[in-house]
Design a protein around this ligand. Structure first.
Ligand code: PHE
Length: 342
């Protein structure tokens, strides 16, 4: 038997077992037959010792065997995966048309429950709640907020651009709820206290970052507003949500639209989480005079503060959730734990 015949018959002898092969067997077979150091590439080593007239036929025989092996393994892998998916869909079947029996009656999603609580809290402190677009121009999302043209946050890596034609105003999925600041400044006359809550989008994903998440934006404008007002408001919020024992800190930071700026972190243990460290929940600061001017206000007359917090992060802190993605991937086993949130 030639080496080619040997490999061929080794492959043929496996045929009856292939339909029952699992994923790891398929990986092994792929590496054994067609991997870099596999048996079929090994056959090409004999090519040099063949008489020239036999080379083309030999080469195409090896190639044909390779195609057969690869084609079969590819097909088996696709079949295996679709069988696994079908099984999973069957075992996780959820009939949405069934009448509720009370036990499975609808309940608020943890993000919505927390949002409602925050809206209640702030309306209790005299804030009005308003809306702003999720699709906005680059001007509202960046330029009017004093974010320089060459700022890295504008880059494709962070921002989802919907259109970016030369000579036209670019349109983006907003990267933060701070676009609301500009809409509010243009649409209303201070003094005011405003709150806005909505989705934002960034090209980013890991345990604590998601490409779509929810922010709560606050904007207070009046005469004589100071950083102390900002701190008092945020202390009130955190203690109302997490209890009077909650420990928070303000870290000096930078945002082009606030000066001075800070980031606010909550101590994980102080809110009952079983881990050390701080969780950043958002940024804040005193509204930058340029932003006031872009909103058509006289910066010597009005001062204000603004904050933008991640609702998902706040929900993670509240419920001890380690993966941000769990909040939005619709897994009923996860969501059922929050039954009864009013
Ligand atoms: N928009 C900022 C962010 O998303 C947060 C922020 C809002 C900072 C308001 C200061 C004032 O990171």
């Amino acid at each position: 038997m030639t080496p080619l015949d040997e490999v061929r018959s080794a492959w043929a002898s496996l045929a009856p077992t292939l339909n029952a092969a699992d994923e790891s067997t398929l990986v092994e077979l792929r590496s054994r037959f067609v991997g870099k150091k596999g048996e079929i590439p090994g056959l090409m080593r004999h090519l040099g010792s063949l008489p020239p007239e036999e080379k083309p036929a030999y080469g195409s025989a090896v190639q044909a065997l390779r195609q057969e092996v690869e084609g079969t393994l590819d097909r088996l892998q696709v079949e295996l995966r679709s069988r696994a998916l079908a099984q999973r869909l069957e075992s996780e079947r959820l009939d949405l048309s069934l009448d509720g029996d009370g036990a499975d009656a609808g309940t608020l999603h943890p993000l919505l429950a927390l949002r409602d609580e925050i809206l209640d809290l702030f309306t209790g402190m005299g804030f009005d709640v308003a809306d702003a677009p999720e699709i906005d121009t680059e001007w509202f999302n960046f330029s009017a907020l004093n974010v320089p043209d060459d700022h890295p946050a504008r880059d494709m890596q962070d921002t989802f651009f919907l259109s970016r034609e030369p000579g036209q105003e670019a349109v983006v999925l907003r990267t933060h709820t701070s676009n609301y600041q500009i809409h509010a400044l243009r649409d209303r006359k201070p003094p005011f206290r405003l709150l806005h809550c909505g989705q934002v989008y960034r090209c980013d994903a890991d345990a604590t970052h998601a490409p779509m998440f929810c922010q709560v934006e606050g904007l207070v404008l009046d005469r004589g507003i100071t950083f102390a007002n900002l701190k008092a408001t945020l202390f009130t919020m955190v203690r109302a949500l997490y209890g009077p024992q909650a420990v928070l800190r303000f870290r000096p930071s930078f945002f082009p639209f606030t000066e001075p700026s800070a980031e606010m972190d909550v101590d994980c243990r102080s809110v009952g989480l079983d881990r050390d460290g701080w969780m950043e929940i958002g940024g804040c600061g005193m509204v930058h005079p340029k932003v006031l001017e872009n909103g058509g206000l006289d910066a010597s007359e009005f001062q204000g503060f603004a904050f933008g917090f991640g609702l998902d992060r706040m929900a993670m802190l509240r419920h001890g959730i380690k993966e941000i993605a769990l909040l939005t991937n619709g897994d009923m086993r996860f969501l059922r734990q929050f039954r009864g949130l009013a």
